[in-house]
Design a protein around this ligand. Structure first.
Ligand SMILES: Cc1ncc(COP(=O)(O)O)c(C=O)c1O
Length: 419
């Protein structure tokens, strides 16, 4: 139970043993409340300094020599650290490409590894781009079965997924935490069902990594991908990561066979021979500046520890939901995220028929940055490394003000390009 006062928010911040991590981020405007770290994480101070060194010294002075002074192995090195956040071994995770491209590579590899099976099973909570990628990888030679959520918030019943996982299913691929509602699957239980049906599993961790405990090894997961620019604070467009369980690495072939995935790359032979271990899932030259920028954010999360972060995140989403219930439910807001914290990631979606215009009013008049997802979701992301209880309290008072005073009415329902 929370007392819904500013004094209580300040007390919660005082008792927060992760509060000091906020100082590790660039926060120039103390009045701005940032609730979109689930879309683009904040800039760690260490990243600004690192990028300056990357540009002026590593690129400007060391030039091509930098490849042998750390650049060449950077994707693997950061992947090895990131492995600690997802319950994997250091040689099972590597940074490469975008989430979408990695998803394509691993989907194609999984289809090839299950000859005779041509179905991919997913759900309608999944990120649409993931579904597009599956359609592209199938290339009209198989089909995608999208199992529906009962209410647009929770994942489909386990029995419905189990039904879809018949003898034709090559792959089950789901977002661990759903981008709209924040619904979070029981990864181990669902993976077990897929395996019982003879299908491989590929989890998209984009909305859970860095916020929700993940145990890929303990859950027996085959494959996973995820993005680094959300809770990992890797920067806009930062390269993504992929995970392939160690015993599968030598069995799988990915379709975009480029020289970074080639065995003995600089022998420059004319025929492709897949490289050793996880490196065979690489393709071409990584964007070094963006790649390097991923490391400080990962270091901060490893320092904080995911279990401590998760405990704070649950307390904060519960706090936000208590404020919703007291102040916003009476004004017509619904809770579009699971009420049960065990099924929820680190963002909360509040539903309102005017959510799009409310979002604009918050951004343009109230110095609050959430985001909007169709049809009616105001998405409030809690990044517990830097989101304070005071942030949540103040954002909710401003949100209440926008709705109670109908300030959103002055905005047209037209949305900017990116919401
Ligand atoms: C769950 C999920 N998967 C995949 C993507 C796509 O990632 P990218 O555009 O970096 O390939 C996103 C982007 O937000 C996402 O939320």
């Amino acid at each position: 139970m929370f007392a819904l006062t500013l004094a209580e928010a300040l007390t919660l911040d005082e008792r927060d043993d992760l509060a000091a991590f906020r100082q590790a981020f660039v926060i120039d405007d103390p009045e701005l409340i940032y609730l979109d770290g689930n879309s683009l994480g904040r800039l760690p101070r260490a990243t600004a300094a690192l990028l300056s060194d990357m540009v002026t010294r590593q690129w400007g002075q060391r030039l091509i020599r930098s490849w042998n002074e750390g650049w060449f192995t950077l994707s693997q090195r950061i992947g090895g650290k990131l492995a600690r956040l997802v319950g994997a071994q250091p040689d099972e995770v590597i940074l490469a490409d975008s989430t979408s491209v990695n998803l394509y590579k691993l989907t194609a590899a999984a289809l090839q590894a299950r000859p005779g099976r041509r179905k991919i099973v997913s759900d309608d909570l999944n990120f649409p781009s993931d579904l597009y990628i599956f359609q592209g990888a199938l290339n009209h030679t198989g089909w995608l079965q999208i199992v529906p959520s009962p209410d647009g918030i929770h994942g489909p019943p386990t029995a419905a997924l189990a039904d879809a996982l018949n003898e034709n299913a090559a792959l089950l691929s789901l977002s661990h935490t759903a981008f709209k509602s924040g619904y979070t699957y029981d990864m181990a239980a669902i993976t077990e069902i897929a395996h019982a049906a003879g299908a491989l599993t590929l989890w998209d961790l984009s909305h859970s990594v860095g916020a929700v405990p993940i145990d890929l090894n303990g859950s027996g997961v085959d494959l996973a991908v995820g993005c680094t620019y959300k809770y990992l604070n890797g920067g806009p467009g930062a390269p993504a990561f992929l995970y392939v369980r160690r015993d599968l690495q030598e069995q799988l072939r990915q379709p975009i066979s480029g020289w970074f995935g080639q065995r003995n790359q600089f022998a420059l032979g004319l025929h492709y021979e897949a490289g050793a271990g996880i490196t065979r899932f690489l393709t071409g030259t990584p964007p070094l500046l963006s790649l390097a920028a991923v490391e400080p954010g990962v270091d901060l999360l490893v320092d904080a520890g995911i279990s401590r972060l998760r405990a704070k995140s649950i307390q904060q989403t519960e706090y936000l939901i208590a404020l919703w219930q007291a102040w916003l439910q009476p004004l017509g807001f619904s809770l579009n995220s699971p009420r049960d914290a065990a099924q929820r990631g680190s963002h909360v979606s509040l539903g309102h028929p005017e959510a799009a215009r409310i979002d604009r009013a918050l951004i343009e008049q109230m110095n609050v940055l959430p985001d909007f997802r169709r049809p009616d979701n105001l998405r409030l992301g809690i990044a517990s490394l830097y989101t304070s209880f005071q942030d949540i309290y103040t954002a909710m008072t401003r949100l209440h003000h926008v709705v109670a005073e109908q300030l959103y009415e002055q905005y047209s329902p037209e949305m900017p390009d990116v919401t």
